[in-house]
Design a protein around this ligand. Structure first.
Ligand SMILES: [Cu+2]
Length: 116
């Protein structure tokens, strides 16, 4: 009986986990998007249009020094994020493709998907 209850909880837990993962998949944005910096980046996958400038507004809530630094290698960005503040980063993607951004130690990741 108890085993059954545990199994059911595990099944529901797994379902919720995957559902939430799907939920945070790709977020299409217009000319700006706010990215929550707290135990990672939320959203961590953003979809933008090629050729139009987009402002990424990083809202750092996480005090860990790990997330203080933000790197977007393909756009030559290496920026300090002040705790409790929104730091705006403007990029203009000129090529379609997938571009990473990550913390200073390359532990937390996000992706920018540029579409034609
Ligand atoms: Cu880090």
């Amino acid at each position: 009986m108890i085993v059954n209850v545990i199994v059911i909880i595990l099944i529901i837990g797994t379902y919720v986990f995957f559902f939430m993962k799907k939920e945070s998949k790709a977020v299409a944005v217009g000319n700006q998007v706010e990215i929550m910096v707290s135990g990672g980046y939320k959203p961590d996958v953003i979809r933008v249009k090629k050729g139009s400038p987009v402002t990424l507004k990083f809202n750092r809530k996480d005090p860990s020094s790990c997330l203080e630094e933000l790197v977007i290698p393909d756009f030559g960005k290496n920026i300090k994020l002040a705790l409790g503040e929104i730091t705006s980063v403007e990029i203009t993607p000129s090529e379609p493709g997938e571009f990473q951004f990550h913390c200073g130690m390359n532990m937390y990741h996000g992706r920018i998907l540029v579409e034609n």
